[in-house]
Each structure stands twice: as C-alpha cells, then as structure tokens.
Design a protein around this ligand. Structure first.
Ligand SMILES: NC(=O)c1ccc[n+]([C@@H]2O[C@H](COP(=O)([O-])OP(=O)(O)OC[C@H]3O[C@@H](n4cnc5c(N)ncnc54)[C@H](O)[C@@H]3O)[C@@H](O)[C@H]2O)c1
Length: 401
C-alpha cells in the first residue's frame, strides 16, 4: 500500500506513524506501518493496481471551482499509468469532472479508458468527529466510466467497506455527493431563517426542533448556528451552480441558502451588540469579548471556513478587544481568508481571565469546555449552539443567538 502526498512533512509524519489528523490515532497508523509505504514520488504508483485521488477541490476567489489540484495530480499520474490500473477520484466536484477533465489527461498517455485502464468516481463521505459511523460503516457510492470500471471499483471497495452502491456513471456518482451536501446547506439555511423569525416572535427555535423531531417520519432535524463552516458545505454547492450555468440554468435554492447562511455571523454580532448595550450599558467599542470554540464544528481541530473567524473579524472592525478559547486549537493557523489571525493563542479559562471579560460568545460547543464556569464568571454569554440549555445552565446572563 502506497500513501502519496505532495507535502513532504505529511510523508515524514506517516513514516513515523504519527498522525496529523485529529480523528486518526497513531495506533491506526502503527497497525499498518509494515504495509504502508509513504512517498512523494509519483513513480511509486506504477506498482499499484488501484490509485485513489483525494486532493482538495476549493473555490477560487471568484467562487468558481478550482480544479488545479485535480488537474495537477492527474497530470502527475498520467506518465506512470499502466494497463489494467484502476484510477478513482474521491474529491467532491461537479458532474462531469472525471469524464471531461481527468479522462483526456490520462488518455494523452495513449492508453484508453475502459479498454486499457479503468476510471471511476466514488465520493468520500467521511464525517470527522462522528463516533457512530466510521469509514467501514458508511456505504460507498461508485460510478464508473463504463460498466467494467464500475464493477472493478465496486470489487475494490467491497474489500474495505460494508456496502458499495453502484450508480450508472461517474457523472451520477458526482451528482450524488453534491446532492447530499446541497441538502445539508439548504436545510441548515432553513433552520437559520426560522431561528430569526421565531426569535422575533419570542419562540425558541431549539425547543421547536426538539418537539418536531419526535415525529417518526417526514422530518429530519437540522440545527441553526453562527454560520456555515468546514471545507464542504459552504463550498461544494457552488460547484453545481457553476456547472448549471453551462446549461443556462440557475440554482436558486443554493444561492438563497448561501445568502442566509452567510448572513448569520452578522445576526449573531447584532444580538451581542444589543445585549451588551441594553444589559451591560456597554458599547461594543472597547468591549472585551471571548469567542469560545473557533473550529467549524464540535470536537474537531479543523477551522477551515469557520464562521468564528468572520465573527472575530466583524467584532474587531467594531472596536471590540477579542480573545478566544478552543481546547483543540492552541494557536490559530494561517488560513486563506484570515491571515491576520495566524499565531494568536487560545486563552486559558482561568478565573482571572474570565473576570476580565464583558461577554463570552459560544461559536462551537466542544465537549471539553467548562460552560458552568463560563456562565458563573461572565456577565453575558451569547450561545449560538444551545449548549448551555442542553447542560441545564440557565439565567438572565445567557442569550441564545
Ligand atoms: N475531510 C473530509 O472529511 C472530507 C469529507 C468528504 C469529502 N471530502 C473531500 O475530499 C477532498 C480532499 O479533502 P481533505 O479534507 O482530505 O483535504 P486536505 O487538504 O486535508 O488533504 C488533501 C491532501 O492533498 C495533498 N495534495 C495536494 N495536491 C497534491 C498533488 N498534486 N499531489 C499529491 N498530493 C497533493 C495535500 O498536500 C493534502 O495533504 C476534497 O474534495 C473534499 O471536499 C473531504
């Protein structure tokens, strides 16, 4: 088994069986250390029967699909392609990528897809931090460039996961992944909108969701929050938006969901500003605000596209003095959108630190935070995740947003 990455630090880390992914313990790497050969040389792929690509698929600054990584990696594989090999793309992307972008690059080698080598698409469905469903339990959707490729890819994944789900083409498999992520984005936007509307009516959206989800059919709970985060849900839907333009079609649900979700950080800030002024007689300018949880979701150390960073930016623009606490991120890494925060360090939740704070703003509800201490010490706690209520913490100083 060969593990190839362009980043030599990751290769070296794998050589030491040292994991750089929060969710993967070192022990999992130690268990395969004799069988896994980490490398950054594409020539090592010649010995493989199957080559799986899982490189980033971000958006450009103009919010268009950035296939640079997919193209570059495919170009690097092409010279080492050999008859009989199976090549599978797992990166999230728009329908047509495997067939229209990858196939011509690989066929420039003189080998033909479906005859000499086999090309397939099978989306990654990993859910970091999910204790219930690991790689083996999550069914794997597989589409091939032709039937033989689909069957070969299914035979390959059948050895790894409990169930493979064949679909008719690589385009169909690509569309499945986008459908799943668009479904999440639209439903999160819906509850975010409901949150704002119900709030104005004095109704707690969290109570409503808890009651609605007792319906045993036809309803699935989604939860509001401070905005969308992660490298999937805020980005992937726009891959379809871009591709739909080629067919003169608009993706209005996707755009609307994007608009509503993007407005959430501002909504949270305006609630914080209102509460500071009404309850504490305090202006946002000069107020000391502690942002609790900056990862994009609970119990992970990943802060790609995290709304917490947007919230920190908006607070600082308004003159607040912002610190943060996150048990998973002792220091903020450099991010594409917010380089200005790189190197800032997490504040320990000591009595002294908390005594200095005008408001705590919970953006991510990591389990390893002492919320009771936070509520006891802070004059105002703005909770975007309903974690205080879930823990039975109540009081006038807690505000849901
Ligand atoms: N992480 C998840 O939970 C998850 C879940 C579902 C789908 N996905 C999708 O999987 C894809 C990858 O996501 P990720 O989170 O693993 O990204 P990542 O940035 O963590 O990892 C991608 C790796 O690809 C390497 N790389 C980039 N260019 C390369 C090249 N030319 N040759 C060799 N290696 C190269 C990078 O060094 C990096 O280590 C994306 O399309 C994403 O949407 C990820």
């Amino acid at each position: 088994m060969v593990g190839l990455d362009a980043d030599i630090r990751k290769v070296q880390s794998l050589e030491r069986s040292s994991s750089y992914v929060e969710d993967v313990p070192d022990s999992a790497l130690e268990a395969v250390s004799g069988r896994l050969r980490p490398t950054n040389r594409y020539s090592d792929l010649g010995s493989c029967n199957a080559v799986i690509l899982c490189v980033p698929t971000p958006l450009t600054r103009q919010r268009e699909p950035d296939l640079t990584y997919v193209v570059r990696t495919t170009e690097s594989i092409a010279p080492h392609l050999r008859p009989g090999q199976l090549v599978v793309l797992e990166s999230t992307t728009y329908p047509g990528t495997t067939r229209e972008v990858m196939r011509p690059i690989l066929e420039a080698s003189g080998l033909r897809s479906g005859r000499d080598f086999f090309l397939a698409y099978s989306p990654e469905r990993e859910d970091p931090g999910n204790d219930r469903f690991g790689t083996r339990d999550i069914p794997k959707v597989v589409g091939g460039d032709g039937d033989p490729a689909m069957r070969l890819a299914c035979a390959f994944y059948d050895q790894v996961v409990a169930r493979t789900v064949p679909v008719s083409s690589t385009d169909a498999a690509e569309a499945v992944k986008l459908t799943e992520n668009i479904f999440r984005s639209v439903n999160i936007a819906l509850v975010n909108e409901l949150k704002v509307v119900f709030e104005a009516m004095g109704i707690d959206v969290w109570e409503i969701i808890e009651a609605a989800k007792t319906k045993p059919f036809g309803y699935m709970p989604f939860y509001p929050g401070p905005g969308l985060g992660g490298h999937c849900i805020p980005i992937d839907p726009f891959y379809l938006t871009w591709k739909a333009r080629e067919f003169d079609l608009a993706t209005r649900f996707i755009e609307l969901a994007g608009e509503i979700n993007t407005a959430m950080p501002r909504h949270v800030i305006s609630k914080l500003i209102g509460a500071l002024s009404e309850r504490g007689n305090r202006a946002i300018k000069g107020a000391r605000v502690l942002v609790v949880g900056i990862a994009y979701k609970k119990n992970v150390d990943d802060m790609r596209e995290s709304p917490a960073l947007k919230i920190m930016e908006l607070l600082e623009e308004r003159g607040a003095v912002v610190t943060y606490h996150d048990p998973f991120l002792s220091e903020i890494p450099s991010t594409r959108e917010h380089r200005e925060f790189a190197g800032r360090r997490s504040t320990a939740l000591t009595r002294e630190a908390l005594a200095d704070i005008d408001a705590a703003l919970i953006c991510t509800d990591h389990d390893a935070v002492d919320y009771a201490a936070l509520v006891e010490a802070c004059p105002l706690v703005v909770d975007t995740r309903n974690v205080c209520a879930r823990l039975g913490l109540a009081g006038d100083t807690i505000l849901k947003a």
